[in-house]
Design a protein around this ligand. Sequence first.
Ligand code: SF4
Length: 423
Amino acid sequence: MQLRLIYPKFKKFLEDHPVLRESLKEHVVGDYTMPPSLALPIIAALTPDDIDVNLTDDNIGQPIDFDEKVDLVVISCFTPQAQRAYEIADEFRKRGTLTIMGGIHPTAIPEECLEHCDSVCVGEVELVWERILGDLAKGKLEKLYKAEGVYSLGDLPVPKREIFPADNYKWNAHLVLTMRGCPVRCAGCPIPHKEDVGFRFRPVENIVEDIRSMPYRQFYFTDDTVMLPGKKNMRFLLEIMKHTEQLDVSIFLASTMMMVSDPEFYRKLRKGNVESMYTIFGFDQVSKNLLSKDCSTRDWNYGIDLVRMIEDSGIHFFASFGIGFDDQDEGVVDRILKFSDDARIDLAEFYIVTPYPGTPFGIQAANEGRILHRNYNFWNHGNVVFKPKNFTEKSLMDSFYRLWEEFYRNKTAESTLRSFDVV
Ligand code: SF4
């Protein structure tokens, strides 16, 4: 049997804003291509060796051969990729080739995806992949494969990243899975819905084996849950650091502002070769307090101290500020710029909140009739796709421009990109 895995293209934040993109090109980390999500190399690793598996990364412009004779086309996507995923699936279907979709978007709205593909995997693919392959061999794929229960991350194989077209990415940082699930339930996040509301940790030895197996230096732990306050998560991350401090690696972590506040913790992360902390200001309570018009001096200073604690430990703080939330007013733009100045943040991106299907905010916006359109090409955080509450659509877009322009007015690329090894 032959499988073709496809990672559809999605537009970066500034792709619809060429003037802004051009003027900021030396600063904008979010514009870089990097290797795809781990779902596809995990599928490759779970597939028996006698099945031929190949990947096309549409995101870096690899051509898709719609006439290729394969037994199954497997498409993994999140919402900004969904329009393109639908186009790709439609083309293969026209030619009679079976297609299956999985990932965050298909898990949220499988019925819509089934208008374009033959089958959808809902939830964690590891739990149903063997069944899918068995049914494919028998020639009778079901419409829906719903993963029941939760997958034990101790069983996760090392993802087969060899299927990636190596050396084609501008930022060659490889994703590493550390844990799944989250009980926090931020209103804009699909994770609790897709991965359940309990934490599941991948065994530290498997994480280290995964890192050691790769001929790369840069690794990106995208699970922001490792940074949530709590002894268990802290211990888990510090245990990983004991190993990574002995390796010649550079690690990028992700977090919300709801994170540990302990200088010693950050010193240990730095010792473990953590280079940068990508921090989302969004639906979590700490960001909300900080950017609200009623923010207390105490909360404001707490935010500044946290940024400085991270920077002073030698870790580059990379802020990602969201605008357009229902509890924000237009004054949030001034507050973001002031906070960035006060905390001396030199690397940031700015996004417009997007009501992803399946998230509490997405469901609420849809129920209130506030969705402007469902052309997912524009659901990439760089466009207004819903009716905001305290902004007009135009003022939200103008705020997005103003933030990017004003923040970078006095920044140099040497400073903003100091922690990124890009080609
Ligand atoms: S944004 Fe992070 S903390 Fe919030 S629900 Fe999602 S995974 Fe949990």
